[in-house]
Design a protein around this ligand. Structure first.
Ligand SMILES: *Cc1c(COP(=O)(O)O)cnc(C)c1O
Length: 405
């Protein structure tokens, strides 16, 4: 038996464990300190009442022989696919068919699994900094090449996103086969305009590249002009797959539900990707639980929309508090508007980790060092709005007291 040696190339991600360890050590040395975490990448508000009601009802159905359900359809029950098709696409003027939507246990799985349907010989382009899953899953699959001295993988095309290009990637010199885009972005909190996405769609169509568009944070988009879906861009159905999740939209991180759109017009070398993904899912995935699908369906009701918007507004208000407070304290800040994340530049002469240590020491506030999301994240820092509102206000007051000149 030979193991997949690509796994030996991956280093354990020390980012969140180091953050947690440093917080623990600080707390042990300062037992009375009230440490506030603005580092959380998970939601904290409970599921909304319509979701809970829908689940209770679904549980009762499972208890009776006439309404019990066994294996769900591989790609999702019609009731949830219809709701997604109507609310997320048709109502927004986007023509996506029901059999182009594949319900799943979340965007992270789909993001890793989608690589099954394209060759290991493809060259992928990935933003830097970004959600680490894109790089790591390509290392596991054998697409990364070797790690260079500068910490970059030899066969990955990096697209740096820094203040210099307003955190939107430039078209790379070398033509990629697969392009990962994530907007609103984790960790920078920045969005892409229609014009910027159009540039990518045209490029991908011209060069026969595939775009993987991760819009896990689309529910945070408040700006009417900012696209929530790549399919708002003309030509996207012949070059893009879209990944969506109920995790950040409706607090489903512990429920596990998302979906992926693979248009039938998406063809490479004359082969449509839609039946390939259908085959892949039917073979390796047995569907999302009935109870979870009913929970997801409830989000799309009128009352459901109202309730999840209240939760989103709670986080959005926190984001505003962080963004405004940090700007007021003299920091260069980004994101925070169409996103739960605020991205800031650390003071001159500091590394991301230096700033982490100082913020913990002087303000008892925990954030996430930008360098953990990729080499180009060095010199930046991420704060999140997923915490408690009063604690968030308190954290920002402390930061202002220390840094405001
Ligand atoms: C949180 C997140 C996801 C969501 O993953 P799930 O598996 O659906 O919970 C996907 N992409 C990015 C960039 C994220 O930050």
């Amino acid at each position: 038996m030979k193991i997949n040696e690509n796994f030996l190339k991956i280093e354990a991600s020390y980012l969140f464990s180091t953050v947690a360890k440093k917080q623990r050590e600080y707390q042990a040395a300062h037992p009375e300190a009230d440490v506030i975490r603005l580092s959380i990448g998970d939601v904290t508000k409970p599921l909304v009442p319509v979701v809970i009601d829908a689940m209770h009802k679904a549980v009762d159905e499972m208890a009776s022989e006439d309404t019990f359900r066994g294996y769900p359809p591989e790609y999702g029950y019609d009731f949830i696919l219809d709701a997604i098709q109507k609310h997320d696409y048709a109502d927004r003027g986007i023509d996506i068919a029901k059999d182009e939507i594949f319900l799943s246990d979340g965007a992270k799985s789909d993001c890793g699994n989608i690589g099954d349907i394209f060759s290991v010989d493809n060259k992928v382009a990935i933003c830097d900094p970004v959600y680490p899953v894109y790089v790591d899953t390509n290392i596991m699959a054998g697409r990364s090449g070797e790690k260079n001295e500068d910490g970059l993988w030899s066969n990955i095309i990096y697209m740096p996103c820094t203040a210099e290009n307003n955190f939107t990637p430039d078209i790379p010199q070398e033509i990629p086969d697969v392009i990962y885009l994530c907007f609103p972005n984790n960790p920078t909190g920045m969005v892409a305009t229609k014009e910027q996405l159009k540039k990518w769609v045209d490029f991908a169509n011209e060069h026969n590249s595939l775009i993987l568009f991760d819009s896990a944070y689309e529910a945070f988009v408040v700006d009417e002009d900012i696209p929530k879906s790549i399919y708002e861009i003309e030509g996207a159905k012949t070059c893009a797959i879209e990944l969506r999740s109920f995790s950040k939209t409706a607090g489903f991180t512990g429920m596990r539900c998302g979906y992926t759109v693979v248009p039938k017009d998406l063809k490479f070398n004359g082969t449509s990707l839609n039946p390939m993904w259908a085959r892949r899912q039917a073979t390796k995935f047995n569907g999302v639980s009935y109870i979870t699908q009913r929970a997801a369906e409830a989000i799309y009701t009128e009352e459901g929309q109202k309730q999840i918007k209240e939760t989103l507004a709670y986080y959005q208000k926190n984001a505003r508090v962080i963004y405004d407070g940090l700007c007021d304290a003299g920091f260069e800040c980004y994101g925070g508007v169409n996103s739960p994340y605020v991205w800031l530049r650390v003071p001159e002469g500091y590394t991301s980790w230096d700033f982490f240590d100082e913020l913990l020491d002087k303000c008892q506030v925990v954030g996430t060092p930008g360098s953990g999301f990729g080499p180009a994240g060095e010199g930046y820092f991420r704060l999140t709005s997923f915490g408690n509102a009063e604690k968030t206000v308190e954290a920002i007051e402390r930061i202002k007291a220390v840094y405001k000149k």
